[in-house]
Design a protein around this ligand. Sequence first.
Ligand SMILES: NC(=O)c1ccc[n+]([C@@H]2O[C@H](COP(=O)([O-])OP(=O)(O)OC[C@H]3O[C@@H](n4cnc5c(N)ncnc54)[C@H](OP(=O)(O)O)[C@@H]3O)[C@@H](O)[C@H]2O)c1
Length: 265
Amino acid sequence: MAKILVTGGTGHLGRDLVPTLIKSGHGVRLLARKAQPDMAVEWAIGDLATGDGLEDALLGIHTVVHAATLSPIAKRGMRLVDFFSSPSDVDVDGTRQLLAASQRAGIAHFIFVSIVGLEGSTLPYSRVKLAGERLVRESSLSWSVIRATPFYYLLAKMLGGLTWLPVWPLPTSASNPVDTRDVATYIAQAVDDGKRGMRPEIGGPDMMPFSTFGRRYRDALGLRRLVVPLPVSRRISLAMGLVETAEHLGKRHWTDWLSEHERRT
Ligand SMILES: NC(=O)c1ccc[n+]([C@@H]2O[C@H](COP(=O)([O-])OP(=O)(O)OC[C@H]3O[C@@H](n4cnc5c(N)ncnc54)[C@H](OP(=O)(O)O)[C@@H]3O)[C@@H](O)[C@H]2O)c1
């Protein structure tokens, strides 16, 4: 079985992806800035922002799954500054360095994890992510791009930031966020299926107004808040990163994720 280098293996998706790849019989090496004591895998210490450790990390590797990112929004929730700028040293410069090192190492397949609807979003993080994706698509490596809708954990983080408000005005935009376990399964299939290029996008099985996701979150937490559905145009929905796709659907529902992750108050 092909040996795989995973970047971002310590992140939300990565922590589901690494065991899924190992279970499907692959040897896995993780490129990370720091080894995590609770993860029993082969570590390659390196940093995408500086390029340190990339050459050694790629020795003997067949496939790269590039799932690292630097998203301040995912780390600490949305702030005003996120509407004006987002760092590019990992997602653009780091991707460029990883692609160049992968070319030198003769990597057979470079898989890039990306996001649905990047072209329509005006968020600086989306523009950075799109620039990174374009580098992959323009590279001479054999590549795949897998775009996913926002992950459930991010949705929970954003809605969690509203809990102090008695009224939640939420857009009615059609959305289908997804469970990282479903995305991990989909990526593991892409490692082995021999296909290349832009893959069908993946989203979750619940296609609902964003405001309904908010209601279900509120109910799962047992909160008394008024959700006010706010109709917005498709253009504004896309600009805010509220996206949907029906190309490939995961299995795990939002309410299942909530009952696994959120403690009732
Ligand atoms: N979150 C979403 O809703 C969403 C939706 C669709 C697609 N995606 C894409 O899915 C992928 C994973 O997202 P995620 O939400 O799971 O990310 P995440 O939880 O924020 O994890 C990011 C990962 O990148 C690593 N990383 C950051 N800076 C690095 C550096 N300088 N060198 C090496 N590694 C570095 C982090 O390592 P540390 O643990 O050391 O910080 C972590 O493992 C990304 O490509 C993202 O764009 C995300």
